[in-house]
Design a protein around this ligand. Structure first.
Ligand SMILES: Nc1ncnc2c1ncn2[C@@H]1O[C@H](COP(=O)(O)OP(=O)(O)OP(=O)(O)O)[C@@H](O)[C@H]1O
Length: 825
C-alpha cells in the first residue's frame, strides 16, 4: 500500500505466529468466536492469528491490540478492531437444504411439436413471423396452457385446439373469462398476455373482409384505448412496451389489404412529461402500458383519454399491484374503469365491436410468479369467475389448473390456494452464506472479484440492497474505492497538524468534529460539491478497478458498475436500464425496483446482499437469472443471527446450499487462512481509508447505514423473529459500511439537524437577538444567533489514518493528559 505509513494501527504485516485451527465440523465456520473461531490480533505493525476456545457474543467493538502497543491520542486509545475477532458464533447448519440435482429446466420452451405449436393454437402467420424474429419458436408450458384460453372462443371454433386434452376446457372457454396466470419467473408470461391481444386485434382488422370484400376492414385509431397493461415499475412498463412494439411490426401481407397501422402502442408513466403524454392520448393510443399512479392521473385529468371501448385490462406482477402501497390507487382505477366502460359504445364502432373476435365484456388478466390469495381482493369486483392457469409441471397443471374460483367444492379453488409454494426454476443454483456483519463488505468484494476473474463469457451480476442510500454508497465505493485516493495524504500533514493545534475541547458537537476533521485542502465549496454530486448522478455506469483488479487498482480488467433505484432521476433510470441491458457484462447494484419482471439478458448471478423483506421478493429477485431454461446462480447473505431464515426457505421448498465465508475469501484472496485474512483486512482498510478521505464519502456511508437499519425494520411480520433490529450489532454493521465509528458516533444527519434547530430555538434570548439585528463581534450586522466555535479535531477512530508521528503528539488538555498518564501507569 502506498500510504501504509499513515496506517497507525491497522497496517497488516506478515503473520508472526499462526496456530492452525482444530478441524471443524462440516458446515461450521472458523470465523467468529465459537469453539472453532480464530482471533486475529491486528497491532500497529503485526497481525497474529490465534485460536480462541471460548465462544463470545459480541458486545462492543473490542480492541485487538495488546495494551502496551496501544497508541493514544488526547487520552483516547486508538482502536482498530480486526475483522476476524469478536464475530458471533456460527451455529452448525446442515450444509444444504432440499438439494435437488439433475432436474430439467422448468421454464424452457417445449420441444418442437406440431400439436403444441403457435400455429396449432391459431396464431396468424404474421405474428408467427414476428415471433421468429424474436427467436421465439415453440411455446413454453404456460403459453401452451393459457394462450388458447385467452385467444377466445372464436379462435377455438376455428382451430379446434385441445387445451389440455380435457373436455372441461372447451366448456370453460366457451366464452371469454377473466384469467389468473401464475408461472415461474422467466417463463414467458409477457407474451402469454400480449400475443392474444395482438392476435385478436389483427383478426378484428380483417374480420369484415372475410365476410364481404365490399366492407372496409376495421382500422380506426380513434376507437381509443382498448387494452391497458399495468405494471408496478417504470422499467417494466418500458420493457413491456418494447415487446409490444416488436409484435406490432407485422409484415404487410401481400395481396391483402390488412390494415394494422391503426394499432398504436404507447406508454404513460411517472417521471415523463405529462403534456406530451396527453397529446399522444388525444391522438389515440390503442394499447397502453402504464404505471398505476400516472394512469390514475390521466383517468382523472385527461379529458381526451377515451377508455369507453376498453376490452383488456392486464395487471402484470399483479400481487405487487395489489400490495398495500398501490391498493388505494388501484381501487380508484378500477372504479373509474368500471364507470367509463359502462357507457354505451360510440355508434360508429358498435357493429365492429359486436364481432366475435372482441371479448363481449372487458377481460381482466392477472399475471405473476407469486400469486396467491392476493387475487381475493379483486375477486367479485374486478375479476369475474376467473380461471386459474399455472405454468409449471409441479403444479399439476392439466385439469386442476383450469378451474374457476367460484367452484367451492373444488380442491383447486383459488381461495384455498394460500399454501401455494412459489417455485424457483429447477436449473437455478442457489447458495447462502452465513456472514458475520464485520465481514460482509469484504466478502461481497471477494465474491464480485471472483466473478470477474472467472468470467469467461459475457455475463452480468445483479446485487440487491435494501435501500437506495445503500446502493448509492456501494456504487461510489466500488466505482472509486479501488483508485488511489484523490488527496495525497502526505501533503495534508500540515493541515492535520493545524487541526490538532486548533482544537477546542469544549465543543461536544459530534457533527462538527466530523466535518472539521477533513483536511482543509479537501474542502470544497458547496457549488463544487453540488457539481461533483450532479456529475456522479448523471453517470449510468462507472468502471470499477477495485472489482476487476488488485489492491492498488492496477488492472486492465476493470468492470462496469451500474445502479438502479427509485430515487434516481427518470432519464438516469432509463439510460441505466438500457445500457445495462445491452452491455455484455457488468455489475448492477439495485433495490427491489429491479426485482420484478425485468428481462435483462445474460444475467448469470444474483447476489442478495440484504435479504428480501418478503418471500415473494426472494422469488422475483432470483428470477432475474435462470430465465427461459438457461442456467443461473443465486447467492444469499445472512447474518449469524438470521439462521432461522433457513427453515422458512426450506418450508418453501427452496433448494439451497451452504457456502462458507472462508471458502469465498480463500477463493478470491488466497488459499491459506492467514493469507486471505490479511488480504481481507487490507481491503477493509483500503475501503475505510477511502471513506474517511472525504466528508462526502462519510456522509454517504452514514446515510446508507441508517437507511439500511430502517429498512431492516420493514421485514414481514411473519419473519420478524428472524430479522429484528434488536438483533443487529450496530458496531459490527458499521464496519460493513467501511465506517470506523461506533454507532453512538453515527448520527443521522437529518435527526442531528433537527436536534440542533430545536436546541437553538430553546436558546434564551434568541428572539431578542434576532429582533435587535444582533451585531457580531466584528461589528457587522448578523441576523444569526452567535454560534459556538466549532471543534477542530475529531475522535480517535478517524485519526487512525494519521501516522504514528502524529499520534504520539498525545493529549493536549489537562484532563486528557491525566487520563493518558493513568493509562500508561
Ligand atoms: N416461447 C418462447 N420461446 C423463446 N423465448 C421466449 C418464449 N416466450 C418468451 N420468451 C422470452 O423469454 C424471456 C422471458 O420472458 P418474460 O419476461 O415474459 O418472462 P416472465 O415469465 O414474465 O418473467 P417474470 O416473472 O420475471 O416477469 C423474454 O426474453 C421473452 O422474449
Amino acid at each position: 500500500m502506498d500510504d501504509d505509513s499513515f496506517m497507525l494501527n491497522f497496517a497488516p504485516a506478515k503473520p508472526k505466529a499462526i496456530k492452525k485451527a482444530p478441524s471443524k465440523p462440516e458446515g461450521s465456520s472458523t470465523i467468529g468466536g465459537s469453539t472453532t473461531a480464530t482471533t486475529t490480533k491486528t497491532k500497529a505493525a503485526t497481525t497474529t492469528t490465534n485460536v480462541s476456545t471460548t465462544p463470545k457474543e459480541p458486545t462492543t467493538d473490542e480492541t485487538s491490540a495488546s495494551a502496551n502497543s496501544i497508541k493514544h491520542l488526547h487520552g483516547k486509545a486508538q482502536i482498530q478492531s480486526s475483522l476476524f475477532t469478536s464475530n458471533p458464533a456460527i451455529q452448525n447448519e446442515s450444509s444444504s437444504i432440499n438439494t435437488k440435482s439433475d432436474q430439467l429446466p422448468s421454464n424452457a420452451p417445449g420441444a418442437a411439436d406440431d400439436t403444441h405449436s403457435f400455429a396449432a393454437m391459431g396464431l396468424c402467420t404474421e405474428l408467427i413471423q414476428a415471433l421468429s424474429k424474436m427467436n421465439v419458436q415453440q411455446p413454453t408450458l404456460v403459453q401452451r396452457r393459457a394462450l388458447p384460453l385467452l385467444l377466445g372462443p372464436a379462435q377455438h371454433q376455428q382451430t379446434a385446439y385441445d387445451l389440455t386434452n380435457n373436455s372441461n376446457t372447451t366448456k370453460k372457454s366457451a366464452s371469454d373469462v377473466d384469467v389468473v396466470v401464475q408461472a415461474q419467473t422467466g417463463s414467458g408470461k409477457t407474451l402469454t398476455y400480449l400475443l392474444p391481444i395482438v392476435q385478436r386485434l389483427v383478426a378484428a382488422s380483417t374480420y369484415h373482409t372475410e365476410k364481404s370484400t365490399s366492407s372496409a376492414a376495421f382500422g380506426d385509431r380513434t376507437i381509443g384505448t382498448v387494452a391497458i397493461i399495468l405494471t408496478p415499475t417504470r422499467e417494466l412498463a418500458q420493457q413491456v412496451t418494447a415487446v409490444l412494439q416488436q409484435l406490432l411490426q407485422l409484415p404487410r401481407a401481400t395481396g391483402d389489404y390488412r390494415r394494422h397501422h391503426w394499432m398504436v402502442a404507447g406508454m404513460v408513466m411517472g417521471g415523463d412529461s405529462k403534456a406530451k403524454e396527453k397529446a399522444r392520448l388525444r391522438k389515440g393510443v390503442n394499447l397502453l402500458v402504464s404505471t398505476p399512479g400516472r394512469l390514475l392521473d390521466h383517468l382523472e385529468n385527461t379529458k381526451s383519454f377515451d377508455i369507453r371501448h376498453l376490452k383488456w385490462l392486464v395487471l402484470d406482477e399483479a400481487d405487487r399491484l395489489l400490495d398495500l402501497g398501490f391498493e388505494e390507487t388501484l381501487k380508484k382505477i378500477m372504479d373509474l374503469i368500471k364507470e367509463r366502460t359502462a357507457q354505451p359504445p360510440q355508434t360508429n364502432f358498435r357493429q365492429h365491436l359486436q364481432s366475435k373476435v372482441w371479448p363481449k365484456s372487458r377481460q381482466t388478466i392477472l399475471c405473476s410468479a407469486t400469486l396467491r390469495d392476493d387475487v381475493k381482493h379483486l375477486a367479485g369486483t374486478a375479476l369475474v369467475d376467473p380461471v386459474f392457469v399455472r405454468g409449471s409441471e409441479q403444479d399439476n397443471g392439466s385439469l386442476s389448473a383450469l378451474d374457476t374460483a367460484k367452484n367451492d367444492d373444488d380442491d383447486d379453488h383459488m381461495d384455498d390456494d394460500d399454501d401455494t409454494k412459489f417455485t424457483t426454476p429447477n436449473q437455478l443454483n442457489q447458495t447462502y452464506t452465513i456472514t458475520p456483519a464485520k465481514l460482509r463488505l469484504v466478502t461481497l468484494t471477494a465474491m464480485l472479484q471472483q466473478w470477474v476473474k472467472d468470467k469467461t463469457k459475457a455475463s452480468k451480476v445483479i446485487v440487491f440492497f435494501s435501500c437506495c442510500d445503500s446502493v448509492d454508497f456501494h456504487y461510489d465505493l466500488f466505482a472509486n474505492g479501488g483508485k488511489p485516493l484523490k488527496s495525497d495524504l502526505d501533503e495534508d500533514k500540515d493541515d492535520l497538524l493545524a487541526i490538532l493545534d486548533n482544537h477546542d475541547d469544549d465543543d461536544d458537537d459530534e457533527d462538527s468534529k466530523q466535518r472539521n476533521y477533513y483536511p482543509q485542502k479537501n474542502k470544497k465549496t458547496r457549488k463544487e460539491r453540488q457539481e461533483e454530486h450532479d456529475e456522479f448522478r448523471r453517470q449510468p455506469s462507472q468502471v470499477s478497478a477495485l472489482l476487476g483488479g488488485d489492491l492498488q487498482g492496477n488492472s486492465d480488467n476493470g468492470v462496469s458498475v451500474y445502479r438502479l433505484h427509485g430515487d434516481l432521476e427518470q432519464h438516469i433510470r432509463t439510460s441505466t436500464f438500457s445500457t445495462f441491458s445491452e452491455a455484455s457484462s457488468g455489475v448492477l447494484l439495485c433495490t427491489d425496483v429491479a426485482a420484478r419482471g425485468l428481462d435483462l439478458p445474460n444475467v448469470d448471478c444474483i447476489i442478495q446482499y440484504d435479504p428480501p423483506t418478503d418471500m415473494k421478493d426472494y422469488v422475483h429477485r432470483v428470477g432475474r437469472t435462470a430465465r427461459l431454461g438457461k442456467a443461473g446462480e443465486a447467492r444469499l447473505f445472512l447474518l449469524p443471527s438470521e439462521m432461522d431464515y433457513l427453515p422458512i426457505l426450506k418450508a418453501q421448498g427452496m433448494n439451497i446450499r451452504s457456502v462458507t465465508v472462508e471458502s469465498i475469501l480463500a477463493n478470491s484472496f488466497g488459499k491459506m487462512q492467514h493469507v486471505y485474512e490479511t488480504k481481507a483486512q487490507e481491503y477493509q482498510n483500503q475501503l475505510e481509508r477511502y471513506v474517511l478521505s472525504e466528508e462526502e464519502h462519510v456522509m454517504l456511508a452514514r446515510k446508507a447505514f441508517w437507511s439500511s437499519v430502517r429498512a431492516y425494520a420493514t421485514h414481514a411480520a411473519s419473519e420478524k423473529h428472524v430479522f429484528h433490529v434488536k438483533k443487529l450489532h450496530l458496531g459490527h454493521l458499521a464496519k460493513s459500511f467501511a465506517l470506523r465509528e461506533a454507532p453512538s458516533h453515527l448520527q443521522d444527519p437529518n435527526k442531528l439537524q433537527k436536534k440542533k434547530d430545536a436546541k437553538q430555538d430553546r436558546m434564551p434570548g434568541k428572539q431578542k437577538l434576532l429582533d435587535k439585528g444582533n451585531k457580531s463581534k466584528h461589528g457587522k450586522n448578523d441576523t444569526k444567533p452567535p454560534q459556538k466555535k466549532r471543534k477542530q479535531y475529531d475522535h480517535a477512530d478517524e485519526f487512525a489514518i494519521a501516522t504514528a508521528d502524529y499520534m504520539t503528539g498525545g493529549p493536549t488538555t489537562k484532563k486528557k493528559k491525566k487520563a493518558m498518564m493513568n493509562a500508561k501507569a
